[in-house]
Design a protein around this ligand. Structure first.
Ligand code: ZN
Ligand code: ZN
Ligand code: ZN
Ligand code: ZN
Length: 315
């Protein structure tokens, strides 16, 4: 079955387009590619891309996409009023138009359905940080008034506003972080706020080393500033070691790296497989005391690295 759409754009010749719909006999769908002339006529006059919904048009039919329309009151060409175009919306959906994400230049490079750009933006892996993970970090509250923070600027922000340490590591290299934990008998003395303790750069990707002592146990996990597909290419390795009964004991953990925005979506049960959980007993067992600290403080070093799939594969 085929349907014929006849449409007249701005005094051009009538354009006749055959749009092939599902073939009922073969139950196969075949679509004609969006005709260039129709796609061109639907282009946003501001961003020159296929129009994100809700598509607007002016009194003279010039198209402004739903993203650009948020910033202008009148048509950029003829200065007449804008309103949503039901016809353009229908055509965009029927032709499955795709466009670039507004976050294209911060890394969101896969084409997205023009009709669903706004839904995509709410979950885009490359969107700005609407709330900095450390905005409530005691005692300074240093960045509460500076949101949103650009996706690309977030690593820099963590370093400059919160003093988070930065390290670049190469294949096979490890980095470390020391924790000093006050204990109350066999338990942690107090819970602490979740924290980002290190910004790590590896293979041109940016990772964050997170920790959270919730009073019962210490969680450690790593997120990547990017999408889930890229994050899946890495695993986070963490190890602790200590002298126990006159011999050196090492415990090593391996967990997946998560996209930055995915960590908070995990349920409590899932988190157990996405974090390294260190109980208070490990601080007492593997840790050591330091002369300069009160007697109930235990010092424990965590060594960690990121391993990419490529480096794990046999040569
Ligand atoms: Zn636009
Ligand atoms: Zn216009
Ligand atoms: Zn995006
Ligand atoms: Zn901040």
């Amino acid at each position: 079955m085929s349907r014929t759409v006849v449409y007249n754009f701005e005094r051009r010749k009538n354009v006749v387009i055959a749009v092939h719909c599902g073939n009922k006999l073969g139950n196969k769908k075949s679509y004609a590619p969006p005709p260039a002339v129709l796609r061109g006529a639907l282009e946003c006059i501001i961003c020159l891309d296929a129009p994100a919904s809700p598509i607007h048009r002016c009194e003279n039919g010039h198209i402004t996409c739903g993203i650009c329309a948020e910033n202008v009151a009148l048509c950029g060409i003829c200065r007449t009023r804008l309103q949503v175009s039901v016809l353009a919306e229908r055509l965009s959906r029927q032709l499955d138009l795709t466009c670039n994400c507004p976050n294209f230049y911060t890394g969101c490079v896969s084409p997205i359905a023009a009709a669903y750009v706004k839904d995509h933006l709410a979950n885009c892996y490359y969107r700005d940080m609407m709330t900095c993970a450390l905005s409530r970090q005691e005692p300074l509250h240093r960045c509460g008034d500076k949101i949103p923070i650009g996706f690309r600027d977030y690593s820099e922000h963590l370093q400059t506003a919160h003093g988070v340490e930065f390290v670049e590591i190469f294949d096979g290299e490890w980095t470390s972080r020391d924790y000093f934990c006050p204990m109350d008998g066999d338990e942690f003395e107090a819970a602490e706020a979740p924290s980002i303790d290190k910004v790590i750069k590896k293979n041109n990707q940016t990772f964050f080393f997170h920790s959270h002592n919730d009073g019962e146990q210490y969680r450690f996990w790593v997120t990547m500033l990017g999408n889930d597909k890229e994050a899946e290419k890495f695993t986070f390795q963490l190890k602790i070691s200590g002298e126990i009964d006159a011999s050196r004991k090492v415990e090593q953990y391996s967990i997946p790296v998560l996209a930055y925005y995915d960590y908070s979506k995990s349920t409590e049960g899932e988190l157990a497989t996405k974090c390294v959980l260190i109980p208070p007993s490990h601080f007492a067992l593997f840790g050591a005391k330091r002369d300069s600290y009160p007697n109930n403080y235990f010092f424990l070093r965590f060594d960690f690295t990121l391993q990419s799939q490529q480096t794990r594969l046999p040569v």
